[in-house]
Design a protein around this ligand. Structure first.
Ligand code: GTP
Ligand code: MG
Length: 174
């Protein structure tokens, strides 16, 4: 059985824990409880008849001096960088979260680990008022994310899609 480690990162309150809970337990709560340090979620998925174990590292979004430590990034195979569609500044910060991981993790061939940008809380926006899929693609593509995907931990929209796209790419890379 193969095993992969995925980092889940982004600013405070963007919905990292909620996305992990949606993916692992298929649940959601409106109550906010800040993550302290790091929590873990384990998900086993079936890819072409093969069981793949995914360990999700849900890191606290609170500002940490010097960014994410090398220890957290060690042996990571991929990352979900989460932003909150209702707070533009969290999208701009996605770039520095990515740079921070790029600094601290590399694959054996020297390339960076694949990352997907999740524009979360998509359920909260009026489709006409928020960024379009083209704008999100352009933002994500120009910053070397594998993709930019609108997600909602509340409704579950696209959460599976984001995970599967990342895992597929990770499997190709390893
Ligand atoms: P830290 O652990 O402090 O870094 O925060 P976090 O990124 O883990 O955020 P968390 O998942 O705790 O969610 C913060 C708040 O946003 C909670 O009140 C959630 O209910 C809410 N929330 C998260 N995802 C969504 C979503 O997709 N839609 C809506 N409407 N609310 C969401
Ligand atoms: Mg959290």
């Amino acid at each position: 059985m193969s095993f992969y480690k995925i980092l889940v990162i982004g600013d405070v309150g963007v919905g990292k824990t909620s996305l992990v809970n949606r993916i692992v337990y298929n649940t959601f709560t409106e109550k906010y409880k800040a993550t302290i340090g790091c929590e873990f979620g384990l998900k086993v998925i079936d890819i072409n008849g093969e069981n793949v174990r995914i360990q999700l590292w849900d890191l606290a979004g609170q500002d940490r001096l010097g960014g994410i430590s090398r220890l957290y990034c060690r042996d990571a195979n991929g990352a979900l960088v989460i932003t909150d569609i209702t707070r533009r500044e969290t999208l701009d910060k996605a770039t520095s979260w990515k740079a921070n991981i790029d600094e601290n993790s590399r694959l054996v061939d020297g390339s960076h680990i694949p990352m997907i940008l999740c524009a979360n809380k998509y359920d909260l926006t009026n489709p006409h008022s928020c960024m379009t899929q083209e704008e999100l693609n352009e933002f994500a593509g120009s910053r070397n994310f594998l993709a930019g995907i609108f997600t909602s931990a509340k409704t579950g929209a696209n959460t599976e899609k984001a995970l599967m796209m990342l895992v597929t790419e990770m499997m190709n890379k390893c």
